[in-house]
Design a protein around this ligand. Structure first.
Ligand code: PRP
Length: 206
């Protein structure tokens, strides 16, 4: 399943992120706000179970989330989406996978992995602003599946057809959520028109 979350507020904030004149502070704040808006939609199908509470007026059977959520940012840039999602799902646990793309081969290299217990029972959200060749997303999904994850959502800001296809072919069971689908990749594997190198723009490293 691929869902592109066309929402005026998301589009507006993404436009500010795309603008090369936008500095680190505004880039980060817009990403954080988009993450929160995306989380609302991404969580739409989270399962709930009945629970009894006492309201000031008496007993009430209502609903509460029935499965744990684990957010897994792909380091570094995925960290930019973490706080926005956690504001909506404050009980979520967090795992990390560190990947970088070898600049010549564009192949992802894993340099860090740390996860909470119980991935097999949880809804696992892998988050990263960019879905370019799809190599990093596929590697991150491989990593969480190896540790038992069964229900996986991939949440990215901007994706391209190449990356979407790669993920869908490797992991057809994973739902993909994007704020926008862009045209494609340039010869260096960067998304066009995209928004540049998200990691560098979030952390001010270029
Ligand atoms: C970027 C981005 C994704 C990856 C996407 O990370 O944040 O993780 O590339 O590319 P792919 O779909 O072709 O794998 P980068 O390697 O620049 O690392 P960084 O997050 O540390 O900046």
């Amino acid at each position: 399943m691929l869902e592109v979350l066309n929402h005026p507020l998301i589009s507006h904030k993404l436009t500010q992120m795309r603008n090369k004149e936008t500095g680190t502070k505004d880039f980060r704040e817009n990403l954080d706000e988009i993450a929160e808006l995306m989380a609302y939609e991404v969580c739409r199908d989270l399962p709930t179970r009945p629970i009894k509470v006492e309201t000031p007026m008496g007993p009430c059977t209502c609903r509460t989330l029935s499965r744990e959520v684990v957010i897994v940012p792909i380091l570094r840039a995925g960290i930019g989406l973490l706080d926005g999602i956690r504001r909506l799902v404050p009980t979520a646990k967090v795992g990390f996978v560190g990947l970088y793309r070898d600049e010549e081969t564009l192949q992802p290299k894993e340099y860090f992995a740390k996860f909470p217990e119980g991935l097999d029972e949880a809804v696992v959200m892998i988050v990263d602003p960019m879905l370019a060749t799809g190599g990093s997303a596929v590697a991150a999904i491989d990593t969480v599946k190896k540790r038992g994850a069964k229900t996986i959502k991939l949440v990215c800001l901007v994706g391209v057809p190449e990356g979407i296809k790669t993920v869908q072919e490797a992991h057809p069971d994973v739902d993909i959520y994007l704020a926008a689908e862009d045209e494609g990749l340039n010869e260096n594997g960067f998304i066009v028109p995209g928004l540049g190198d998200a990691g560098d723009r979030i952390f001010g490293t270029k």
